[in-house]
Design a protein around this ligand. Structure first.
Ligand SMILES: Nc1ncnc2c1ncn2[C@@H]1O[C@H](COP(=O)(O)OP(=O)(O)OP(=O)(O)O)[C@@H](O)[C@H]1O
Length: 244
């Protein structure tokens, strides 16, 4: 295995004339929690989609667990150990909570009995055990976010990619979401998360990577990143940058 679990090397994504990702090289080490942050339209979701295999990059390559996955379909990447949640919750609303999670668990378990056992285990882990037999649509928004995480974890990933899973939650719900992400990492799963709410994400991550206008602006320890003049400028405008 390479030193990094995930690497993007000089990745570009163009949509017609619009450059959503411009020469983006990032790496995520096994066992890290890494935050991908940046203002609206910075290219975070696009990079997520490229890593998950929703679409291939216009240029550049993506490496996971020592393999070039640049042209690999999403389902194969999932089998290799990449799982993601979506910004807009994608659970099957008319299915039960447990059945939603079984869909993920079937990737590693041929027998329904084993998939069901795995799904129950993951639901307990995510604090949704008592909701197993409810319909997904009956869950409150914070539980739906947890269900997204449960569905992804049921695929037994090496890398869990969380797309704004803490956004829009009450402070208390966000805190328990943070605790869940920490618990996930304790099980040996690496986490790459896109998040808007800096106060929540910065204390949680080992490293933050900042995108702006499609380019990687800065990466480093959260405390250094938040003080970086270019980051302050990207979020708040030039007049707030140190020395401006
Ligand atoms: N499929 C697409 N076709 C055309 N343009 C796209 C497509 N997907 C994204 N874009 C554009 O690429 C740019 C980057 O978008 P992206 O969604 O990756 O940013 P983001 O950092 O995730 O933003 P947000 O925080 O608002 O979700 C934006 O200008 C967006 O309009």
């Amino acid at each position: 295995m390479s030193a990094h679990l995930l690497e993007t090397r000089g990745v570009w994504q163009r949509f017609g004339g619009l450059v959503a990702n411009s020469d983006v090289s990032i790496s995520v080490g096994a066992g890290e929690i890494v935050g991908l942050i940046g203002p609206n339209g910075a290219g975070k979701s696009t990079l997520f989609n490229l890593i998950a295999g929703v679409l291939p990059p216009t240029q550049g390559s993506i490496w996971f667990d020592g393999k070039d996955v640049t042209r690999m379909p999403a389902a194969e990447r999932c089998a290799l150990g990449i799982a993601r949640t979506f910004q807009v919750v994608k659970s099957f609303e008319t299915m039960t909570v447990i059945d939603n999670v079984i869909v993920g668990a079937l990737i590693r378990n041929d027998k329904m009995k084993d998939a069901r056992r795995k799904a129950h285990e993951v639901l307990e882990f995510c604090g949704l055990g008592p909701r197993a037999d409810k319909l997904a649509r009956e869950l409150i928004p914070s539980e739906k976010r947890r269900l997204e995480v449960a569905r992804a974890l049921a695929t037994e990933p090496k890398l869990l990619m969380l797309d704004e899973c803490l956004t829009g939650l009450t402070p208390l719900e966000a805190q328990s979401g943070v605790a869940l992400v920490r618990k996930v990492r304790e099980t040996g799963v690496t986490v790459l998360m896109v998040e808007h709410v800096m106060e929540i994400v910065m204390p949680l991550v080992d490293r933050a990577i900042v995108l702006n206008l499609g380019k990687k602006l800065v990466e480093g320890k959260p405390a250094d990143v938040v003080r970086h003049p270019e980051v302050i400028s990207a979020y708040l405008g030039d007049r707030h940058a140190v020395g401006a």
